[in-house]
Ligand binder design. Structure first.
Ligand SMILES: [Ca+2]
Ligand SMILES: [Ca+2]
Length: 313
């Protein structure tokens, strides 16, 4: 009679090996499935990011057409004002299964901080006075302007009481620039310019290529900008001036305004020649925000710069 349950050590080893192999296969299978899932998600993310970038880019030709048309139908001489079509807020609109938001504003409403120095990198005292007034109107420390002047001016001599030349940046992993700003985000590198300062400043100032005397459009000028240029202009004067916008000519706008004394109107205009296009495209988990700076010369619109503000998955 054959005995049941006879112990065979070889079959025990075989069983352990089989169990081991099964376990390894199970781990491999779950890892492979996980990696497949990651790969699929990665491809999906890349697709979403590409579609978001393309959606952002598609706003550019559209805005070129709007700006060109606006110029062609405008008065002669042309004016740009806040009641015109290009200046209206648009709600975000869907494209396929994504969403794009577009905002267009002229940059001539803001004070160009690059005007603080001239094309040779020498400080312009009249502009420093204006920018300090702007800081003061915003309740910001006006000695910050000294550090900004030093960031841009071509010498190593600290300017004013808040001056900060290269020696102030020894602890940083970058050196002082001694040249004009290339972008708004560069301001973060300047001593004393924290996030709160930039947030306030963004309401009145911009950073763009400068001739040293960047034009400001009185028809779109942001609150406080004209008051920085005209020290005698009160908040009530500003309110009254804004109520009567748009103005067809500077002569009409400034005629018999008592506050025009003491200010320099040489850079004021009634039209704009630079625009900022902001886009925000959302596709799946891709979130693309970009800023395009455009210049307009007559009906010709040229892209000056493009900056990606960040995206996330
Ligand atoms: Ca200096
Ligand atoms: Ca300097």
């Amino acid at each position: 009679m054959q005995r049941l349950n006879t112990y065979h050590p070889e079959s025990g080893v075989a069983l352990i090996m089989v169990l081991g192999i099964v376990a390894i296969i199970a781990v491999w299978a779950s890892t492979a499935a996980y990696e497949d899932m990651i790969s699929v998600q990665r491809i999906k993310n890349i697709q979403d990011e590409t579609r978001a970038t393309m959606a952002s880019e598609s706003a550019l030709p559209l805005v070129r057409i709007v700006l060109k048309e606006e110029y062609l139908i405008s008065n002669s001489p042309p004016i740009d004002a806040l009641d015109e079509e290009w200046a209206q807020d648009l709600p975000p609109f869907p494209i396929d299964d994504g969403l794009i938001a577009v905002q267009l504003e002229d940059l001539n409403r803001y004070y160009n901080l690059n005007d603080l120095v001239n094309n040779q990198g020498v400080v312009q005292q009249d502009k420093v006075k204006e920018v300090k007034r702007l800081f003061s109107l915003l309740d910001l420390d006006e000695t910050l302007v000294d550090a900004l002047v030093d960031w841009m001016d071509n010498n190593d001599i600290p300017y004013g009481v808040g001056g900060a030349e290269d020696s102030s940046y020894y602890a940083k992993d970058y050196k002082i620039k001694n040249a004009r700003l290339d972008s708004w985000s560069e301001l973060k590198l300047v001593q004393g310019f924290d996030a709160d300062t930039l947030q306030l400043l963004k309401k009145v100032a911009t950073v763009r290529p400068s001739s040293g005397n960047t034009a400001i459009n009185i028809n779109t000028a942001a609150p406080l900008v004209l008051r920085a240029i005209f020290p005698d202009m009160t908040s009530m004067d500003e309110e009254a001036f804004f109520e009567n916008r748009p103005y067809d000519t500077l002569t009409i706008a400034l005629n018999q305004q008592p506050w025009r004394q003491g200010g320099n109107p040489s850079r004021l205009q009634v039209a704009s020649d630079a625009f900022m296009l902001r886009t925000h495209a959302i596709f799946g988990r891709a979130n693309v925000r970009e800023e395009y700076v455009l210049s307009r010369n007559g009906p010709t619109v040229t892209l000056l710069s493009r900056e990606r503000l960040g995206w996330q998955f």
